[in-house]
Design a protein around this ligand. Structure first.
Ligand code: EPZ
Length: 456
């Protein structure tokens, strides 16, 4: 086992001295206790948004980076980490349970080290709160030869099965059984490279097998692999840790297994869904925003319909300038697809923007079976939306009126906040903890650009 002296834990300070803010290191493992199930967000509509918002690192990248730190006994440092997200803290809890030391500092730095694995069991009460925990399975198997992970339950947008994850790991030589709600996986001789052809694109299964393959014996080929920017970011971090990967961002990824991985420092890619969310906010309220440290190249399939709808979007160096030119957005049809298609995680926000469009918009959801829960709540605010199977027809109305609404998942929650930014009167969004899973400091970010929004 080659040791990389410069990457051992005791030298991590010399590598990247953790800022003096370490003293404020957020004691991980405590989800933001300030947010209780009763917390609400109050929004008063009517203000255009003007100013700048710093876009955080991508939630759907950093959760995988944290799991990937299980693949080495060196310290791994990530920067531009959205340390405020509940999902980051919950996953930190799961990883710490497994034996990883996880330290976050308020300047967005995470230093993770799984020097030894204390246990290979990820228990139900932790996994149920954090579906992405299932992504510890591949790394634990690859590094440790065994894993027991509670089956993640479904969630409000769908059953969210993980059959592709398990079939792929079995193809790599793991022995997997499901017993009393737990996935019990063994690979005492380690994993072996395999050709894996996905019947349809799965981001999670691609992440899972990409990580497992880095330490498998021989070559793994992932066909019909996911091409999301978060997968590319995950692969780039693994390459910096010593993995041999080709084809990131294409539908065929080839991985040559290596003996071990070592530590590195990696800057997390910008959150394209947070970026798109604030673009739709401008589409609703009018005004102009400078979205800092993000790229239009992360959202190829979102830019076109937003421009067709009447937004002006321009990359200005490291930032994106977005403004609404016409007094109303034009009705525009979209259909969600795996990247580089229109992102399913932007469907609810785009629908909120279409509520006040000049005309109508047909929105088709092809990824998840139940991702229209925001429709009845938007209709209670005066929208005119009708669901027909996988599609929703949105007919533009003159105005929305504030109401008491309830959020059911992360993206539905934020769609209701967006609608509240333009609705007449006051909108109260309940179950705010959904929001705080995926939008770092959203109340501060929006009030900082003129929105009348507060958390009570
Ligand atoms: C990831 O979920 C994201 N989550 C989701 O974001 C995102 O909506 C989704 O990818 C699609 O882009 C994270 O990255 C943590 P999939 P994931 O595997 O990996 C089915 C958000 O709001 N499927 O690409 O679970 C599955 O049920 C969240 O940030 C199987 O049938 O998505 C779904 O219908 C929501 N079997 C479809 O494939 C499997 O083994 C796509 O799922 C795996 C998936």
């Amino acid at each position: 086992m080659r040791a990389d002296p410069e990457n051992t834990w005791d030298s991590v300070e010399s590598l990247s001295p953790v800022s003096e803010k370490t003293a404020e290191t957020i004691e991980l493992l405590q989800p933001d206790v300030k947010t209780s199930e009763l917390d609400k967000i109050i929004v008063r509509g009517g203000n255009p948004l003007r100013g700048e918002i710093k876009i955080s690192g991508a939630k759907n990248a950093v959760l995988k980076h944290m799991c990937a730190a299980l693949l080495t006994d060196d310290a791994v440092t990530f920067t531009n980490v959205p340390v405020g997200l509940r999902d980051v803290r919950f996953l930190g809890q799961v990883l710490s349970h497994l034996g990883m030391t996880v330290a976050l500092s308020s300047d967005g730095k995470a230093i993770l080290r799984a020097q030894t694995i204390k246990t290979h069991i990820a228990p139900y009460d932790l996994v149920r709160k954090m579906r992405a925990s299932v992504l510890v399975l591949g790394p634990l198997l690859a590094r440790h030869g065994q894993a027991e992970v509670s089956l993640p339950g479904g969630c409000s947008i769908g059953g969210r099965p993980i059959d592709l994850h398990l079939k792929g790991l079995e193809a790599m030589g793991a022995d997997i059984s499901i017993e009393s709600g737990y996935i019990k996986a063994k690979a005492p001789q380690g994993l072996t490279g395999a050709l894996i052809e996905f019947p349809f694109v799965s981001v999670g299964a691609t992440d899972q097998l990409l990580m497992a393959a880095t330490l498998a014996k021989g070559e793994t080929i992932l066909r019909n692999a996911a091409r999301e920017p978060e997968i590319v970011d995950q692969g780039n971090a693994l390459i910096k840790m010593g993995a041999q990967i080709e084809g990131l961002g294409t539908s065929e990824i080839r991985i040559q297994g290596v003996e071990r991985l070592h530590g590195t420092t990696h800057d997390v890619v910008a959150d394209r869904i947070e970026t798109g969310t604030y673009m739709c906010a401008v589409g609703l309220t009018g005004g102009e925003l400078r979205l800092k440290k993000t790229q239009t190249s992360l959202l190829p399939a979102l830019i076109a319909p937003l421009v067709r709808a009447g937004l002006t979007i321009e990359q200005d160096g490291q930032d994106i300038l977005v403004a609404r030119s016409a007094p109303l957005v034009r009705g525009t049809d979209i259909m969600t697809e795996p990247h580089p298609g229109f992102p399913t995680d932007m469907q609810a926000q785009f629908m909120a923007m279409m509520c006040l469009c000049d005309g109508a918009s047909m929105i088709t959801e092809t990824i998840f079976e139940n991702r229209f829960m925001h429709v009845p709540e938007l209709n209670r605010m005066g929208a005119n939306i009708r669901v027909q199977g996988q599609s929703a027809i949105v007919r533009g109305v003159k105005k929305l009126t504030g109401a008491e609404v309830m959020a059911t998942d992360l993206r539905a929650s934020v769609a209701l906040v967006l609608a509240g930014l333009v609705a007449e009167g006051t909108t109260t969004v309940n179950r705010v903890y959904h929001l705080e899973r995926g939008y770092e400091n959203i109340v501060q970010k929006l009030s900082g650009v003129g929105a009348m929004i507060e958390k009570i």
